[in-house]
Design a protein around this ligand. Structure first.
Ligand code: NDP
Length: 402
């Protein structure tokens, strides 16, 4: 018997909660709470129709610690899965500490008034979680999440150490929208428009956003332009695998996406500071989110595949240097058929479910605050294969040249 409280009822939550219900031997009792209860009820209805499992729903403002503590106690939850927004991470961690509940999320904390995500705020909770005998798992999505588990699996089974790593994220999906993001538009645009940053030679190297472009032939998708950008797993991987000489993150974007993002930025629509409009204070990027399509609703019209993985080079367990490419290919239409989500919600929601299962199965329960690469990868990797995100690993001829 397990009790799980999921917070947030957007695109990622839709996929995660369906997959939890499909694994009701592990997730025996699920409550879904969010700011808008109607969104929880819609997911619960879909879960009942598709999977035949009843889940409970509740209204919750996750910024209200006392309300979250009360809900954790009322539901008896032993694990809180945070699928709301990065702004809520610290409040939900506070609530978990007060109520005695384990914690898991998919994105690191970011202050609402500054587009700067960093682990320092959540890492500062290490002692508190240890002392409380509770576990906090950070970043159990695909990237971060699976990409970090891939690195740990390579380090456990193929490489003694990792000298360089590139995380490659390709979305070869298309929909009939002129401009849409794959997940929450506000969080997505804040991330994409940041200065690019990668780890090299023991320090961070900076490049202007969206300026370093390379074409790569992605398995299952074909050649696509990918751009160097900063992503949160670079911070934790370079800390936890100190032998890494270079760590980079790449993501594909079509020309139309780049053009829209640049125009929106140039005219001020991605600003995160308040501006006065007709006597009312608005935050332009939040208004923009209201205008843009909800990524959670794009499942039916999205076609094509996503391919996300790592290329890592290092000293092989057998001796000599080797390079491996480890990745998953995910089909948007198959995801939609299975749970009613597009592949980006699915590739985030399924690892959130698998990470949560690791806690509930007793595999990842050492008290403390952990990034995914610090945890044993084996059962997580097995579950990826059985839960819809099968992976492949191939040896390449040598380190990547781009
Ligand atoms: P959505 O915007 O679709 O969903 C977010 C949900 O959180 C909404 O239901 C929203 O409620 C709810 N929410 C927001 N604020 C509060 C609050 N104060 N109290 C309670 N609920 C709140 O986002 P996505 O599903 O696209 O993304 C969810 C998370 O997943 C994000 O943190 C994102 O960064 C992360 N992510 C991680 C990835 C990875 O691979 N690691 C990849 C993609 C996303 P309402 O709608 O009522 O406002």
């Amino acid at each position: 018997m397990s009790k799980t409280l999921v917070v947030g009822a957007g695109g990622v939550s839709h996929a995660a909660v369906h997959k939890m219900a499909m694994n009701s031997d592990i997730f025996t009792d699920i409550t879904l709470a969010s700011r808008t209860k109607a969104k929880c009820d819609a997911i619960a209805k879909s879960v009942k129709e598709r999977v035949g499992v009843e889940i409970k729903t509740a209204q919750l403002d996750a910024m209200d610690v006392a309300a979250t503590v009360a809900l954790i106690k009322e539901t008896g939850a032993e694990l809180l899965v945070n699928l709301a927004l990065p702004y809520q991470d610290l409040k939900l961690m506070d609530a978990c500490l007060e109520a005695g509940c384990h914690y898991l999320d998919t994105a690191n904390y970011e202050p609402e008034d500054e587009a700067k995500f960093e682990y320092k705020w959540q890492w500062a909770y290490q002692d508190k979680f240890k002392e409380a005998g509770l576990v906090a798992i950070l970043g159990s999505g695909f990237d971060p999440g699976v990409t970090s588990v891939f690195a740990t699996w390579l380090k456990k089974h193929k490489l003694k150490s990792i000298r360089q790593i590139d995380v490659l994220d390709a979305n070869g999906g298309s929909n009939d929208q002129a401009f849409a993001t794959n997940f929450n538009p506000e969080i997505n645009l804040r991330e994409v428009l940041q200065e690019a940053k990668h780890w090299e030679g023991g320090e961070w190297k900076f490049t202007p956003a969206m300026t370093h472009k390379v074409e790569f032939d992605f398995p299952g998708i074909g050649p696509k332009n990918m751009y160097l950008m900063y992503h949160e797993e670079l911070e934790s991987l370079s800390k936890h695998f100190p032998e890494i000489e270079r760590a980079r993150f790449w993501m594909t974007f079509g020309d139309a996406y780049i053009m829209h993002a640049k125009v929106l930025e140039n005219v001020g629509m991605t600003r995160i500071d308040p501006v006065m409009h007709n006597g009312v204070e608005i935050i332009p990027i939040q208004f923009l989110k209201t205008l843009l399509p909800d990524p959670g609703d794009l499942g039916e019209q999205t076609k094509g595949k996503a391919c996300i993985g790592d290329i890592a080079t290092g000293e092989s367990l057998e001796g000599g240097e080797k390079t491996y490419y480890i990745y998953n290919i995910c089909d948007h239409e198959e995801c939609y058929r299975e749970v009613g989500s597009q592949a980006v919600s699915y590739t985030t929601g399924v690892p959130a479910m698998i990470g949560a299962a690791q806690v509930l199965k007793g595999n990842w329960v050492e008290p403390g605050v952990w990034n995914m690469e610090q945890l044993d990868p084996d059962d997580f990797m097995d579950m990826l294969n059985t839960q819809g995100l099968p992976w492949q690993v191939h040896e390449l001829g040598g380190p990547v040249e781009f």
